[in-house]
Write a protein that binds this ligand. Structure first.
Ligand SMILES: [Zn+2]
Ligand SMILES: [Zn+2]
Ligand SMILES: [Zn+2]
Length: 292
């Protein structure tokens, strides 16, 4: 597994975490079933992309962002043996369809797993996975045993001892969320963002952002649009994710990017991201209050 070290820890900040890209493909994944284009037939492993999920790992907690349809294979690959909480960005199937795989973590941990979503996503998840909420077993493993927590899109909340700031973004016409955790922002399936939400994203070390393909799309940033957002936010590093086979070969696109912008790949681990001091969260809260 490729490990990319990022030395971002300021003196006095000892609390850091890792981000693991479990899947970096759009809803079809790459290769696309039945497609014989150059990208889908590529022998470069970086051109194979499972659906979107990511892991945030601190010294004491593992938080999963989204439960992709490929979750079982992804968590086996990442050797994940514990999940303390799940954060959902939105309810589209490519981000939620693997929810049932949480059963094994109920078994391993002999505990229910807290799941966090904003109102619409929570409603959709509870309808689509009604069996997880309707049935009762006297043991763990018969169904996903999750506690669904609803958060306010505008307010930070605490998950497994970590402050998480939701970032309201638009996925075409659908309001969804990204997340800021310390010096990381994870914004997948984004088409647009308000200036107020942009104000929550200053001073990032690592920005993860959707870039679907080179041509424009109504619900996702194109490559050029994503690079504009990166330029405006000026993070120390940016990683592009949620790619379709229409983006082209990883190797061909990567050489066209600015030095601090990379294309994410499945299995990539970004290490040493600062969780940030408490004053970081105070700053975010004040920014929001002024904006709001
Ligand atoms: Zn998606
Ligand atoms: Zn293809
Ligand atoms: Zn989506």
């Amino acid at each position: 597994m490729l490990v990319l070290e990022i030395d971002t820890v300021s003196p006095g900040q000892t609390s850091v975490f890792d981000l693991t890209f479990l899947g970096t493909g759009t809803s079809t994944g790459i290769p696309v079933i039945g497609c014989d284009c150059d990208i889908c037939r590529s022998t470069d492993p970086r051109d194979t992309r499972l659906r979107s999920s990511a892991l945030v790992r601190t010294g004491h907690a593992t938080i999963l962002i989204d439960t992709s349809p490929d979750l079982r294979a992804q968590l086996l690959r990442a050797r994940t043996t514990r999940i303390d909480a799940v954060l959902y960005t939105h309810a589209h199937a490519d981000h939620t369809a693997g929810l049932d795989e949480l059963r094994q973590f109920n078994v391993l941990q002999q505990a229910r797993i807290p799941v966090w979503a904003e109102t619409t996503t929570a409603r959709d998840v509870s309808q689509r996975f009604a069996y997880a909420f309707d049935h009762t077993f006297s043991w763990f493993g018969g169904k996903p045993d999750i506690d669904l927590n609803v958060f306010d899109r505008d307010r930070p909340f605490e998950v497994a001892g970590i402050m998480v700031q939701p970032i309201p973004i638009m996925h075409g016409t659908l309001p969804i969320v990204g997340y800021r955790i310390g010096q990381l922002a994870y914004l997948t399936d984004m088409k647009s963002i308000t200036p107020e939400a942009m104000a929550l994203l200053h001073g990032l070390d690592v920005l993860v952002l959707t870039a679907l393909r080179t041509k424009p799309h109504p619900a996702h940033l194109s490559l050029a649009e994503a690079l504009e957002v990166v330029a405006e936010l000026a993070p120390r590093r940016a990683y592009l994710t949620h790619l379709s086979h229409d983006m082209g070969h990883h190797a061909d696109v990567a050489v066209t990017l600015p030095d601090h912008v990379r294309i994410a790949e499945d299995g990539l681990v970004v290490s040493g991201i600062a969780l940030g001091a408490d004053d970081r969260h105070a700053t975010i809260g004040q920014g929001r209050a002024k904006a709001g």
